[in-house]
Design a protein around this ligand. Structure first.
Ligand code: UDX
Length: 402
């Protein structure tokens, strides 16, 4: 079993740390935020993610999972260091690599062993090369370093399940031995491994996310046409999805994709396409279609009120960008709240997990009472069973669709 350090305790870092410790490795997760580290040490995860807290507590108690703000402490025994820091979107659409660069410098200054650096963050093609360059330029100890790309494919809300039962593990390495070591690390998971060079591994992540985002935008455009033509898009999706070449997954129409990955990753790969004068016109269209989908939904609601929602009470079911998460990043709910309130509407919203917006009320019933219209924004199971019969519903996720 191996001693591992993980830089960054966001979704990817924390889940990676917990799962690696669960399969027997000793893991120390590093984060600069002291308060966060203190609550992590107590087994309290800062994010809502089914079964994450239980596994954390178990690994902490068995002495295989540690948290620290101190790089030296984490690196002293580590042979493998994961970088799992954020790569947010910058103004231009490109991924902001400042946290990655900082992590590379911290590694260079503080490692004391021969180390394999594993880049788990979603990064533009060529970033692993950059990480290697930064490390060698700043390296203090006389040690060997290899950088390996190992992109993450987990979904929020299913993070633990996806990490234990992923479709594949992608390992992009220039050194066969370094790639083998990372492959062995994940061996207990018994997931098929794809070995590539580093740039291909980086590309697999972006290309996969952009493809899935495009699939969603495609079915959304078909849904819009179905509505005009008297076809039922859910039947259409079922009929299409049984074709194995297509598959039913990611053909759920609705308000479009949000969250921390698809919006930023599609922008980032589209940016790369423009930068290298190889425009990704299909991805660019998927991005536009995705935004248009929210506008279209808003306009359906506005049209119902003849363009005037001043003083109208609009109920909202769901705030998170999708069910089983408390994540509001790029959530359609935020766009809708802003646009409706700007026009004088009063919004009251209920979400089973998100409770911290000023529009929040405590139950579905409270949303339904006195609302002039109700918008179904996130397809939580609770809403599928709710009695909504007496309300004017705009079903943004087709859950009442068949
Ligand atoms: C995604 C990818 O699935 C994961 O592999 C990647 O590494 C990170 O990004 P995540 O953002 O957590 O994961 O959620 P996912 O379940 O994939 O949904 C993304 C968005 O697409 C959500 O807004 C969801 O509502 C939307 N979606 C998904 C649809 O609108 N229709 C679908 O059929 C599927």
């Amino acid at each position: 079993m191996t001693n591992v350090a993980v830089i960054g305790t966001g979704y990817v870092g924390l889940v990676t740390g917990v799962v690696l410790s669960e399969i027997g490795h000793t893991v120390t997760c590093i984060d600069l935020d002291e308060q966060k580290v203190n609550s992590l040490k107590l087994g309290m995860s800062p994010i809502y993610e089914p079964s994450l807290d239980e596994l954390m507590v178990k690994s902490i108690e068995s002495g295989r999972l540690y948290f620290t703000t101190n790089h030296q402490e984490a690196f002293v025994n580590a042979r493998i260091v994961f970088i799992a820091v954020g790569t947010p979107q910058s103004e231009s659409g490109a991924a902001d690599l400042s946290y990655i660069q900082q992590a590379a410098k911290d590694i260079a200054l503080k490692i004391v062993n021969d180390t394999i650096i594993v880049v788990k963050s979603t990064v533009p093609i060529g970033t692993n090369d950059l990480v290697e360059k930064i490390i060698y330029e700043n390296l203090v100890a006389d040690v060997d370093v290899n950088v390996v790309s190992n992109p993450e494919f987990l979904r929020e809300g299913h993070a633990i399940h996806d990490t234990f039962h992923g479709d594949r593990i992608v390992i992009g390495a220039e050194s066969i031995e370094a790639g083998d070591t990372i492959e062995q690390l994940f061996n207990p998971l018994e997931i098929p491994v794809v070995r590539t060079n580093r740039r291909s591994a980086e590309m697999i992540k972006y290309a996969a996310n952009a493809f899935l985002a495009t699939k969603i935008s495609y079915i959304n455009e078909i849904a819009n046409l179905c509505e005009k033509m008297g076809a039922n898009v859910l039947d259409v999706a079922d009929g299409m999805g049984l074709d194995h070449r297509i598959g039913r997954a990611f053909l759920n129409p609705g308000l479009g994709y949000g969250g921390s990955c698809f919006p930023k990753d599609t922008e980032a790969i589209a940016y790369l396409g423009r930068q290298y004068e190889t425009p990704l016109t299909i991805v660019e269209s998927a991005i536009k279609a995705n935004f248009h989908q929210r506008e279209l939904f808003l306009h359906k609601v506005l049209d119902y009120f003849h363009g005037n929602v001043e003083g109208k009470i609009i109920g909202m079911l769901g705030l998170a960008f999708k069910p089983n998460t408390d994540d509001l990043r790029e959530a359609p709910s935020l766009y809708l709240i802003e646009e409706l309130e700007k026009r004088g509407a009063i919004v009251k919203a209920y979400d089973p997990v998100v409770k911290n917006l000023k529009q929040c009320v405590c139950s579905v019933q409270e949303v339904l009472i006195n609302s002039n219209a109700v918008l179904l924004v996130t397809e939580w199971d609770e809403f599928k069973k709710a009695n909504i019969d007496n309300s004017v519903i705009f079903d943004g996720r087709y859950i009442y669709g068949k």
